[in-house]
Design a protein around this ligand. Structure first.
Ligand code: FAD
Length: 407
């Protein structure tokens, strides 16, 4: 682990702090403190401010709209914004900028990079992820959505599910089976598809909370140009795997800060409910604090490797497993602190069904109940379930034999 930061990165940190001091209101309480509609408006305007000041796509080449800096500057920006309790943009940017943007940088043709990347950074185009299917989640390579080349077009038929942001996205990237005969990982292609394509039908899925963040996306004879392939035809599996890795580098920097904000909120909750003096509660709060510190040290180790060789390795699975399982414990502790009162949801509700509530959010029964029922539970599912992470760690770090195929 190398904990030193370069003089350039520290100079950049000073610049970011000055930018935040200049552009955030003087008494900024954190994004979570704003009412939901104001927060959404603020985030949209804030994204534009970041873009106008050259703070999006820091590590992307300038010819595609980026700033030509390094990943270290990007990490510094993530850290400083997290400390200032302000996001870098709306949640869907994770899919647009981090996932598909970085994947196009690595695998896209020159034409694709010039066409898509500047529009992703400017916010003109937003994307959604068409990977999971009703019978292909953890076993993603078992997907059955088909794409057949017909002249100079791909024709897509099949169904995707759990597609976040599909109702608001302009584009979807789709994994489709293009060769049904070869072994399943080798016959998949990564396709780019406008959401306005005739033959695409988006159906929102209603969640426990009444919200609809996920969708089903049906493809019935949807036609897209043959050129909308990223990476080799039938070679989409490698493209998909590199896409899934892109999210994790910045997370290593973000998670410890985000969960530290949440821990402060949990301590305040124990005070508000008059339970801060109870030894059992204090012991559990201390246990949670230690875990956040471990997350910080683990994050440094991951970042060292990420910045050195751009590769996260199996440590990314340790991190995913660690924070998501930790978050379930925190959510349970919050419910225990509130007692039966916590079962009556009142007050502020988190804006999303994943991660924690926004920093600065007031403590409320609705917030913690939502985190307990949805956010913490879903954290152990998306981006690879806990069981899948354990399999990866068992095989890649412990050298255990591969899991025998089922069926
Ligand atoms: C908040 C959220 C957002 C999401 N957004 C998107 C999105 O935008 N686009 C998209 O494509 N998908 C999205 N997903 C879907 C997500 O990728 C899948 O839910 C995930 O891959 C798990 O697949 P599954 O739900 O089919 O569960 P399954 O794979 O059916 O798993 C069911 C259970 O079996 C266990 N299991 C499965 N295989 C094994 C194994 N080999 N060994 C041990 N246990 C196993 C799992 O751990 C799990 O507990 C999202 C999910 C969530 C929760």
């Amino acid at each position: 682990m190398d904990l030193r930061s370069s003089p350039e990165a520290e100079a950049f940190r000073v610049r970011v702090r000055a930018f935040l001091a200049e552009h955030l209101p003087a008494d900024w309480p954190g994004i979570g403190a704003l009412p939901a509609d104001e927060a959404a408006e603020f985030v949209a305007a804030w994204r534009k401010t970041l873009y106008a000041n050259g703070l999006l796509g820091l590590a992307w080449p300038t010819e595609y709209g980026g700033q030509g800096m390094t990943k270290l500057e990007q990490v510094v920006l993530v850290e400083e914004c997290a400390r200032a309790m302000v996001p870098l943009g709306p949640a869907r940017d994770t899919i647009s900028v981090k996932m598909v943007g970085n994947t196009l940088l690595r695998w896209g043709t020159e034409e694709q990079k010039r066409a898509f990347l500047p529009r992703i950074l400017s916010g003109e185009d937003s994307w959604c992820q068409g990977f999971s299917e009703p019978n292909a989640g953890s076993d993603l390579a078992g997907l059955t959505t088909r794409a057949v080349l017909d002249g100079d077009e791909w024709v897509i038929d099949g169904q995707k599910i759990w597609t976040s942001f599909a109702t608001e996205a302009d584009w979807i990237f789709v994994l489709a089976r293009t060769d049904p005969i070869v072994p399943k990982h080798r016959g998949i292609t990564f396709l780019l598809c406008p959401m306005t394509t005739p033959g695409i039908d988006v159906r929102p899925i209603r969640m426990l909370t009444g919200g609809s963040e996920f969708n089903e996306v049906f493809f019935t004879g949807a036609r897209i140009p043959a050129a909308n392939v990223v990476g080799p035809v039938h070679g989409g599996w490698a493209v998909a795997m590199s896409l899934l890795g892109h999210e994790r580098g910045e997370e290593a920097a973000l998670n410890p800060i985000m969960f530290r904000h949440e821990h402060d909120r949990l301590v305040a909750l124990a005070r508000e409910h008059g339970r801060i003096g109870e030894p059992v509660i204090r012991e559990q709060l201390a246990w949670c604090f230690e875990r956040v510190e471990i997350m910080r040290l683990l994050g440094m180790r991951i970042l060292t490797q990420y910045l050195r060789d751009g590769d996260l390795g199996p440590a990314a699975s340790i991190s995913k497993l660690y924070w998501s399982e930790y978050h379930k414990v925190v959510a349970n502790l919050a419910m225990q602190i509130m007692g039966p009162v916590g079962l009556v949801p009142e007050g502020h509700v988190p804006p999303r069904a994943y991660r924690t509530d926004d920093p600065g959010a007031p403590n409320s029964t609705a917030s913690w109940e939502h985190i307990w029922m949805l956010n913490a539970a879903s954290g152990t599912v998306y981006a690879g379930t806990s069981q899948v992470q354990r399999n990866i760690l068992g095989e890649s770090i412990l050298g255990l034999p591969k899991e025998p195929p089922v069926g």
